[in-house]
Design a protein around this ligand. Structure first.
Ligand SMILES: NC(=O)C1=CN([C@@H]2O[C@H](COP(=O)(O)OP(=O)(O)OC[C@H]3O[C@@H](n4cnc5c(N)ncnc54)[C@H](OP(=O)(O)O)[C@@H]3O)[C@@H](O)[C@H]2O)C=CC1
Ligand SMILES: [Cu+2]
Length: 460
């Protein structure tokens, strides 16, 4: 069958046999970009403007009229005007009765006005059907086609037919509409573009605090202390040695913090005797940004791998090795091969490699394109079981690496315990608690408590 150009047009256009006309109020950046995109997708566009004569920058093919004339040309009007200027609409109320008014506006601050812009428009034009849409798409993205990250268009409105028509337009433009319900959702939709990485803030801040703390700790231990005691200049350690300690410690701590809220939640449910009560807000937020915490942790683990790979080519390392060999040769001292030391060194490396491999696997499966390809059970298996295995392997890697140091007498010096002990506290506690929690008897108690609650909701 031969493909016709109507294949890309919405149903309304196909059935009527002619292009559907959409009216855009406002000829600013967003109005122009949206108009151009809609023209390219087969719509006929009429702009409403204060100065219909000044239409130099507008896409060719579009008509420009006064606001009241343009309003008569279509029953869908996209309002690309800032909220502060909405008052001009009050002169057009009669002509706008029964029309679908699409509000695209954003604010400069979160919760800038008591009501959302869309609700405000609804109050101004009680006879029109207000639909909120397009506010999360930028004019630049519409023009450049760089929409890969933000194809989603949140839509909300009180009239479901009006909403459906706007969602059809969104689809025709190659975007994905997401129905967010009634106009009550407009406030949340308007706040959305003003948020800056809401789920990343906590992981980034936490990582920064951990890094600064462990870096400072490392500097005191490895640079300031040797300088004060032995007048030895070890400042070069600030470049590779200390960061290579900061990175794994931060990675391990963050990874442990990915799994800690799950354990706290389980303990909370046990304590409350029910799972049918909301968690406190802080725990809720913590649970929601576990993926981001894990990805930041993975970033630090990657850095640790890179820092470790360059160790053999470092001048300090080569100098130390050469000198040791020369000293051994001149003193004619033997250096016997110690199998246990070889085992220790190979074990911590093997644990590190396996831990890192699983860590990367966890990171990859958390990407939306990959997680969409596995079912819920598979996803849970990877994130929960493999996640814990990763934590166990990485903790074991740290423990084996520091094993001898833990046991040596020098551990009792004032600047100890070494930083990795601090890093190990959370994962070790976590693993012990998790182990206790999965003990069958506790599991049975949990089930019994839940059953009791279900039989008698006043159980608590
Ligand atoms: N720019 C963007 O990337 C995005 C913008 N938005 C929203 O779209 C709306 C328009 O944004 P944008 O196009 O960038 O803004 P502009 O300032 O570029 O354009 C606003 C337009 O509003 C019209 N207007 C009507 N009445 C007045 C008035 N009294 N004073 C000034 N202008 C008036 C003007 O058109 P005319 O001169 O023809 O009357 C003007 O061109 C805003 O609500 C914004 O929040 C939403 C998502 C992204
Ligand atoms: Cu390591």
């Amino acid at each position: 069958m031969e493909k016709t150009s109507t294949d890309t047009l919405p149903l309304t256009m196909i059935s009527s046999g002619k292009q559907e006309t959409i009216c855009i109020f406002g000829t600013g950046d967003f109005g122009r970009s949206l108009g151009l995109k809609m023209l390219q997708c087969g719509y006929s566009i009429v702009f409403g403007s204060r100065n219909p004569g000044m239409s130099g920058l507008l896409p060719s093919g579009a008509e420009v009229l006064s606001y009241s004339e343009a309003a008569q040309k279509s029953d869908i009007i996209i309002l690309t005007v800032h909220r502060e200027h909405y008052d001009f609409l009050t002169h057009l109320t009669e002509g706008l009765n029964g029309k679908i008014m699409v509000d695209v506006s954003n604010n400069l601050k979160i919760n800038q006005y008591p009501e959302s812009n869309a609700e405000y428009l609804d109050q101004l034009l009680p006879g029109a059907h207000v639909v909120k849409a397009f506010n999360t798409i930028s004019a630049w993205a519409l023009q450049s086609g760089a929409l890969d990250a933000s194809r989603q268009v949140f839509v909300c409105g009180n009239d479901s037919k009006a909403k459906q028509r706007v969602m059809d337009i969104v689809r025709t433009l190659g975007l994905t509409p997401l129905d967010k319900g009634s106009l009550l959702a407009a406030k949340e939709i308007e706040n959305y573009p003003l948020q800056l990485f809401p789920m990343w803030k906590f992981p980034f801040c936490l990582a920064a605090v951990l890094c600064v703390f462990f870096f400072f700790y490392g500097a005191v231990r490895d640079v300031i202390y040797p300088y004060v005691h032995e007048k030895k200049d070890s400042t070069f350690r600030l470049a590779v040695s200390i960061p290579n300690r900061v990175c794994p410690i931060t990675a391990l701590t963050l990874l442990a913090l990915v799994y800690l809220p799950g354990v706290i939640a389980a303990i909370l449910q046990l304590y409350r005797g029910t799972k049918y009560r909301r968690f406190p807000n802080w725990l809720d937020h913590w649970m929601l940004c576990r993926k981001q915490l894990g990805l930041v942790a993975l970033g630090f683990a990657c850095l640790h791998v890179l820092y470790t790979l360059v160790i053999p080519i470092r001048y300090y390392v080569r100098w130390t090795m050469n000198n040791r060999t020369i000293a051994q040769a001149t003193t004619k001292k033997e250096n016997p091969f110690i199998t246990s030391t070889a085992w220790l060194s190979d074990s911590y490396l093997a644990l590190g490699i396996l831990g890192f491999f699983l860590f990367v696997l966890l990171g990859i499966t958390s990407l939306p394109s990959v997680s969409n390809a596995v079912n819920w059970r598979e996803f849970r298996f990877v994130q929960s079981k493999l996640g814990f295995l990763t934590l166990i392997l990485c903790t074991a890697h740290t423990l084996v690496y520091g094993g001898r140091r833990f046991l040596s007498s020098s551990i009792l010096r004032w600047y100890l315990p070494p930083a990795y002990i601090i890093a190990l506290i959370i994962p070790c506690t976590l693993l012990v608690v998790k182990f206790i929690l999965i003990l069958p008897c506790i599991d049975k108690t949990l089930t019994r408590i839940r059953q009791g609650w279900e039989r008698n909701p006043k159980f608590l």
